[in-house]
Design a protein around this ligand. Structure first.
Ligand code: NOJ
Length: 567
């Protein structure tokens, strides 16, 4: 059962479920809501406080569900609202709270409102919910400006009028199937309040807010800004055309009023890719309450980097009155096992494009370092996030075949190259055009989980999964690892259980080690965490050894290992 505690979220262990790849209860290859219910006991065995579900709403899956066609429903392939309620009840019964992913910046092009907008005239009420503009050029054939999309190339797509002629252009920060909402439109604002209320009334405990920094845009500069704008670069002024505008905070202040009508108040965490000094603005108690700190996602496995990031983020979180979040993996980035197991300086994008052949992966080293990093963040004050499969030591599946890839970043980052190819059969040169992909995309961290050592999809479902699993997944499955003491799963289970028991106030202190490769901090109750990143064996100070991420050498801490001590 859930414990009554308004502050439960401040130092929680939260597990991200990517529903389509978690567990497939009906054998159609897609993980589903009943699959999550079936997994409740497993989730319980991880001593979690909450799970965050990536989108499970009706979607054409142009961006893995981040293209939502109906915000207040469940994708029929994944289940029904009744299944959702049953899942929520089952997880709550195990003491696990549930976060839902809200995607407010854009909808799917299949959303009723967008379909209505396409069927309506320029200047209509239906078009005003999105961002439609006339094109430049004699016949409107040029996009209104040169903004580029995160998923490349242009952030504008020309719409077709109902009679089939070409019409206005609409704006999309991501894929063309993800038109951006106009957040100056009151109807849009009210509809999201309705969505948040809908899920809160069903008993959902919190929300993860997708691209929280992008809702408000300066339309007055849209018509004039024709220069190419790299939409990934964000200024810190609050006056950027597209991102992190000061007005966005009005939206979240209104949301907070709604969250606070519930007991306990609903919580929220912002996905705001903004410079760290601006992140705190989203995390204040009168707004979302917490914001993702993604600094470790981009960091190298390095004692210096980790220490700097922790120091900075603990201070930043305190400034906003929130606690920090620590995230090593999610559904958008290369899994840590692969990141830490590749030689320094490896270009991950190249590695993936080469199907994992451009650099040698040391899997054992990657897993060992990933466990050390995980136990390091788990001991910090604040929330620890775990992305499904991280607890199994899963690696990035780098050799997915091109035909299997689903990510729009693979499909859209393409250039065409003229080629002259010799055809043996008719002994001729043929002129052709080849597609060169510049990104392989994020599918490699979204491969269905292995539950059992064997079976058509290693227990994920009764048939094959929507993305193929590597042949060697069996020994990494939960079933296989549950039997092995010292397996990654066993180490995570013990660590998370202990973490719950040891959790204390948010005070924290660095302790000098005399070795730049060894990082040591302690919590108020005498809980010590020491990580030897890459140094010589380190002699442990006094204290009871509670747990370690890999075997110790007596009282010596080998490199790539974290230990917890009780002083
Ligand atoms: C961030 C999500 O994490 C990512 O998966 C998605 O593609 C974009 N937002 C667009 O919604």
């Amino acid at each position: 059962m859930l414990k009554k505690d308004e502050n439960w979220w401040r130092q929680a262990a939260i597990y991200q479920i990517y529903p389509r790849s978690f567990k497939d209860s009906d054998g159609d290859g897609l993980g589903d809501i009943k699959g999550i219910t079936e997994g409740a006991k497993y989730l319980k065995s991880l001593s979690l406080d909450a799970v965050w579900l990536s989108p499970f709403f009706p979607s054409a899956l142009a961006d893995g569900g981040y293209d939502v066609a109906d915000y207040r429903n469940v994708d029929p392939r994944l289940g029904t609202l009744k299944d959702f309620d049953a899942m929520l009840k089952a997880l709550h019964a195990e003491g696990i709270r549930v976060f839902v992913d809200i995607v407010p910046n854009h909808s799917s092009d299949q959303h009723l409102w967008f379909q209505e907008a396409l069927a309506s005239k320029p200047g209509s009420k239906a078009r005003a919910r999105y961002i439609f503009r006339d094109g430049r050029g004699k016949n409107g054939e040029l996009p209104p400006n040169e903004f580029v999309s995160h998923f490349a190339p242009s952030a504008w797509t020309r719409s077709k009028n109902p009679d089939g002629t070409l019409g206005q252009w609409y704006f999309h920060l991501f894929a063309p199937e993800q038109p951006d909402f106009n957040w100056d439109n009151r109807e849009v604002q009210l509809d999201f309040l309705k969505t948040l209320k809908f899920w809160s009334d069903r008993g959902v405990d919190g929300f993860r807010i997708d691209v929280a920094h992008a809702l408000k845009k300066d339309f007055s500069r849209f018509g004039h800004e024709h220069s190419k704008k790299d939409t990934m670069t964000i200024t810190t002024t609050g006056r950027d055309i597209l991102f992190d505008r000061d007005e966005v905070h009005e939206v979240y202040r209104e949301w907070r009023k709604l969250f606070n009508q519930y007991n306990p108040p609903r919580v929220a965490v912002a996905e705001a890719y903004v410079p760290s000094v601006r992140r705190t603005l989203y995390a204040t108690p009168d707004e979302l309450g917490q914001a993702f700190n993604f600094d470790l996602l981009g960091a190298k496995y390095s004692s210096k980097e980790f220490k700097r990031i922790v120091t900075e983020n603990i201070a930043l979180a305190a400034q906003s009155g929130s606690s920090s979040t620590w995230v090593l993996n999610n559904h958008d980035v290369v899994r840590t096992v692969t990141k830490y197991g590749l030689p320094d300086g490896t270009d991950f994008s190249q590695y993936l494009l080469s199907d994992g052949t451009s650099a040698p992966l040391n899997l054992e080293l990657g897993q060992r370092r990933a466990r050390a990093a995980a136990m390091f963040i788990m001991a910090l004050p604040g929330c620890t996030y775990i992305y499904q499969g991280e607890e199994l030591g899963l690696f990035e599946v780098a050799d997915l075949k091109h035909a299997d890839l689903q990510d729009p970043t693979w499909k859209r980052n393409v250039v065409l190259k003229r080629q002259r190819v010799f055809f043996k059969r008719n002994n001729k040169y043929i002129n052709g055009v080849a597609e060169i992909h510049l990104e392989k995309g994020r599918d490699g961290c979204r491969v269905p989980l292995p539950w059992t050592s064997s079976g058509p999809s290693f227990g994920f479902g009764s048939g094959k999964g929507h993305l193929p699993q590597p042949l060697g997944y069996g020994p990494l499955s939960m079933q296989a690892q549950s039997k092995i003491k010292g397996s990654t799963l066993d180490i995570y289970r013990t660590a998370l259980k202990l973490r719950k028991k040891l959790q204390t106030t948010e005070e924290f202190e660095w302790i000098k080690t005399g070795d730049p490769q060894v990082v040591h901090f302690s919590r108020k109750n005498g809980w010590h965490c020491i990580t030897n990143f890459d140094g010589a064996d380190f002699t442990l100070p006094k204290g009871e050894i509670l747990h370690s991420s890999s075997p110790l050498k007596g009282r010596k801490l080998p490199k790539n290992t974290t230990v917890w001590l009780k002083a």
